[in-house]
Ligand binder design. Structure first.
Ligand SMILES: Nc1ncnc2c1ncn2[C@@H]1O[C@H](COP(=O)(O)OP(=O)(O)OP(=O)(O)O)[C@@H](O)[C@H]1O
Length: 329
């Protein structure tokens, strides 16, 4: 894959490091225009060291463009990028050998086998001694489940196999950071599970992972941090657990009689609705003790009351809703 290797030839002067010590990557005021299309606008992205950050966003929200600017593959119209402490694209050559990347269109040769393609890519890795190349390539092919198809021509690979080969390229040498643009695109459920395992292994080894995805469940299961993009801008970012708690607060109450509970709450002007997991009470304008007092006062048995966690799907829908979609709920 050309992403992390081709730009490593750039000769950068010393002193390119930025002070963002605890961040593996950072963008400030990042903007990209394609003609009149604003692909990315004022993106301030923080990727903490050691995090698995999921970049979520609808189609065309700017995920790929942001990733490409982060890797120095696309020059920003405005703004700055710092990757592993080095300004990109100016000093990309200092950072990129430590960054494995899987991005769209990795540029493999169609008439070479998967293994031959990877051998060529490995030859361009500055951190890989020539004698270690065959072993590193074999290991990477094994890791992504492509060993059996390694000697077949790339031209005959399925989309999923092409993705796996791209991933193998990102994992050729130990990295400080791995950037994966839609890594499960085209993969079957087994392949998706394998990518999830690889991400977990990278995380356990202390590697920072930036992964873009459409799959909310995937992000919820694998990521420690999330950045949500909408129409070219970051609309929310931070630790996944914190973001999920930032949704509209609600209390889930289990009772033996949901209807009686709803009536009691309605009489106290406390908004609530029946949900599969119990009575879901809106805490925007009242407190849990008030809710429980209203129920007990009306003679409703309360078996359990706990804070509801907003799912990533709810959060994502709320953050990426168009203004004219907000009414009528
Ligand atoms: N090379 C290009 N030339 C012109 N417009 C582009 C180019 N690359 C991206 N765009 C536009 O920029 C916007 C953001 O695209 P981008 O591919 O970054 O979004 P994305 O979030 O990765 O989308 P997807 O999830 O569909 O891959 C879109 O409107 C897209 O059409």
């Amino acid at each position: 894959m050309s992403t992390s290797t081709t730009a490593t030839d750039v000769v950068a002067p010393e002193g390119a490091a930025t002070p963002a010590a605890a961040l593996a990557a950072q963008t400030r005021g990042l903007r990209k225009l394609y003609g009149r299309t604003v692909a990315v606008d004022h993106v301030d992205l923080d990727v903490p060291e050691g995090a698995v950050l999921g970049m979520l966003g609808p189609n065309g929200s700017g995920k790929t463009t942001t990733i490409r600017m982060l890797l120095g593959l696309v020059r920003p119209t405005a703004g700055t990028v710092s990757l592993l402490g080095h300004a990109v694209p100016e000093h990309a050559g200092h950072a990129l050998p430590d960054v494995g990347a899987l991005v769209e269109g990795p540029g493999f040769h169609p008439f070479l086998s998967g293994r031959e393609n990877l051998l060529r890519m490995a030859a361009a890795e500055p951190r890989l001694a020539t004698g270690d190349i065959p072993h590193a390539v074999g290991e990477a092919l094994e890791r992504v489940g492509l060993a059996a198809a390694a000697n077949r021509r790339y031209r005959g690979y399925s989309l999923g196999m092409k993705q796996r080969l791209g991933l193998a390229g990102a994992l050729l040498v130990p990295r400080r950071m791995v950037v994966l643009d839609e890594p499960t695109n085209g993969l079957d459920p087994a392949g998706t599970r394998e990518v999830r395992t690889i991400i977990s292994e990278l995380h356990a080894a202390g590697v920072t992972v930036l992964v873009s995805s459409h799959l909310l469940a995937e992000v919820e299961a694998t990521c420690t941090h999330v950045a949500v993009l909408h129409a070219g801008s970051v609309v929310a970012q931070g630790e996944l657990a914190e973001l999920l708690e930032s949704g509209s607060p609600a209390l889930l109450v289990s009772t033996t009689d949901g209807t009686a509970a709803m009536e009691a709450l309605r009489a106290s002007r406390i908004p609530s609705r029946l949900a599969p997991e119990g009575v879901r009470v809106d805490l925007t304008a009242c407190t849990p003790p008030e809710v429980i007092a209203a129920l007990v006062h009306a003679g409703v048995d309360v078996h359990e009351a706990r804070r509801a966690r907003t799912g990533l799907e709810d959060l994502f829908a709320r953050l990426t809703q168009e203004p004219d979609e907000e009414d009528g709920s």
